[in-house]
Design a protein around this ligand. Sequence first.
Ligand code: AMP
Ligand code: MG
Length: 409
Amino acid sequence: MIGLDEAREYVLGRVAALAPEWCDVARAHGCVLAAEVVAREAVPGFANSSMDGYALRASDTDSDGARLQVVDAVHAGDVSSLELAPGQAVRIMTGAPMPAGADCVCMIEEAVLEGDVVRVPRRFAPGDYVRQVGEDTTPGQVLLSPGDQLDAARIAVLAGQGIAQVLVHRRPRVGVLSTGNELVAGQAALAPGQIRDLNRPLLLALLEESGFEPVDLGTARDTREEITAALSGGVRECDAVVSTGGVSVGDVDFVKAVLGELADSEARWMQVAIKPAKPFAFAVVGPRRTPVFGLPGNPVSTKVGFEMFVRPALRALAGQRVLERPSVRAVLDKPLERASDGKVHLVHVTVVVDGERFHVIDVMRRGSHLLNAVAGANALAVVPEGASTNVGDRVRVMILDAQSLGRPS
Ligand code: AMP
Ligand code: MG
């Protein structure tokens, strides 16, 4: 057996960010930038009012109140053509350009309009309620850097520059293959000895949740030929491939052998000191050095193997700087029993955050074949080799779903 850290280092040492590509901003949400983005336009592009009100000269106002002649009105999208003379004001709406000569705005709620004269009740300073040119962004400013992920606000920042395309690391396309003679896909009736394929829908959904592009490679029977054909096809079509089943020590566990053949020297079969998901095969295949992950077939093992090895490696492929899920120390509200067996136990739990403390309020039933038991868990407790932990102890938990840490309202 090898340690979890060693296995992860082996994998992460063999994956690199996908080559940068130009991508339409409209399709780039979630992608990671591969190059700096420099502002070419000022935002705001012109001085404009931040309020509905009256544009005026601050020097016309005083503490006793001033009476100004309203000579024009300007709405967002319009431009007032006149230049404000002393004693004059222009009615102005939010976002409309400041008329020449005006240097501040009195908001509509403070002003009193009497015919075409407006009473401004107090002293104003130049710049009051004016959004200045370049206040948010100046031309030449570095807006975004390589490694920045394009979230909603950054997409809008790019839109604010009129930028149509950006250089990004593509969202990895990841093939998913289930192996096993016993598998039945979809709703077909089960013959004796057959089971439904859970891992493919599980992995396709996990990939989607994690921001990757899942590609369904279907199922392969337990023959060298079918597995070779399916994996080679996946390697040609995808940036990475995840298969399940066939990596243990059974008579027809051919995945690990096929990976060895496809990858020449860059393949490794490991027995990792974790429970579940001990057997694991990894290879780098073909001219594009496509990573292929062979996870064990029990569904909970597949899920844990995905979290431990696949997800961090795919994030590296996607150009992400942070590869790991966030983890915190949480107080156990339920005991977490374990036997000493030389392995790190990865246990599905439910965590809630209560003020500033994280609590493990439920520990799911364990068994690598018990998928139903872990559905709905929002964290994985990482329980190091050693004795059981008791109520009130703290354990490290990897957060799988931050949204569900809150209590329902
Ligand atoms: P294996 O890793 O191929 O030895 O499979 C281990 C266990 O997981 C066996 O009981 C398989 O029937 C089961 N299994 C393998 N693949 C799947 C799958 N796609 N969906 C559900 N169970 C599976
Ligand atoms: Mg099998």
